[in-house]
Design a protein. Structure first.
Length: 228
């Protein structure tokens, strides 16, 4: 079973989506566990989760001590001290998260997502723990919660049993092609028709059409996937 831990100031962000999605069904089926660690619960005394940056500047920086306490508790609670795991830090400076990243993440026993906020986390965290950074793209978000949720979704759906096998095999990025276009009832809507071949009942023709549409769509939209 894959174990996922999320260290965050805003655990309430995750619950609605997780509970109403494939992720929630995977949790109910015992395929994955997801635990949220509220950073405010790790504060001691009058301690704050953030502080002003050394050297001055705008914004606040998340402090090391509360995060380290959460990480230490997570790692100490592992049934297997040497378990295969990754400590993941969403960051705009990290490499781009891709489908290949999700395929790699799902092979681990535990994933720990550390969600930064404000101006980020004290840089020394990477000197104390073996962090792996990742980014959703070349833009900045308010915090690491949305990237963490996206990575969790992409990873959990790859767990055997979370989806029907054919659903994973035929979707975009399962190979070097994008997925083919999909249609459903009605066959005509506001003068726009479903391609005739999909109504033919000829499964061989439909399969060939879908292969050709995948190739055409990939060439038009993402030719680099085929090395062109």
């Amino acid at each position: 079973m894959l174990a996922i831990d999320v260290i965050t100031l805003f655990p309430e962000i995750f619950a609605p989506y997780v509970g109403l999605s494939i992720i929630g069904r995977a949790v109910e089926a015992g395929l994955v566990t997801i635990r949220y660690h509220h950073l405010l619960d790790a504060l001691e005394g009058r301690e704050r989760a953030d502080d002003a940056p050394f050297g001055g500047g705008a914004g606040m920086v998340m402090r090391l001590a509360p995060i380290a306490r959460c990480l230490d508790a997570i790692l100490e609670s592992a049934e297997e001290p040497a378990e295969a795991r990754r400590l993941l830090l969403p960051s705009p400076s990290g490499p781009r998260f891709t489908q290949e990243s999700a395929r790699r993440y799902v092979t681990y026993r535990r994933l720990v997502f550390i969600c930064g906020h404000y101006e980020g986390i004290d840089e020394r965290l990477g000197a104390l723990y073996p962090l792996e950074e990742f980014s959703l793209g070349d833009f900045v978000l308010t915090g690491g919660e949305l990237p963490a949720l996206a990575a969790i979704d992409a990873t959990v759906r790859l767990i055997e049993g979370a989806l029907r096998e054919e659903s994973r095999e035929q979707e975009s990025f399962s190979g070097t092609l994008l997925d083919y276009p999909s249609y459903t009832r009605p066959a005509r809507f506001r003068g726009v028709d479903v391609p005739e071949v999909l109504l033919s009942g000829d499964h061989a023709r439909i399969a060939e059409w879908r292969r050709e549409e995948s190739r055409r769509r990939t060439q038009e939209r993402r030719p680099e996937l085929q090395g062109e």
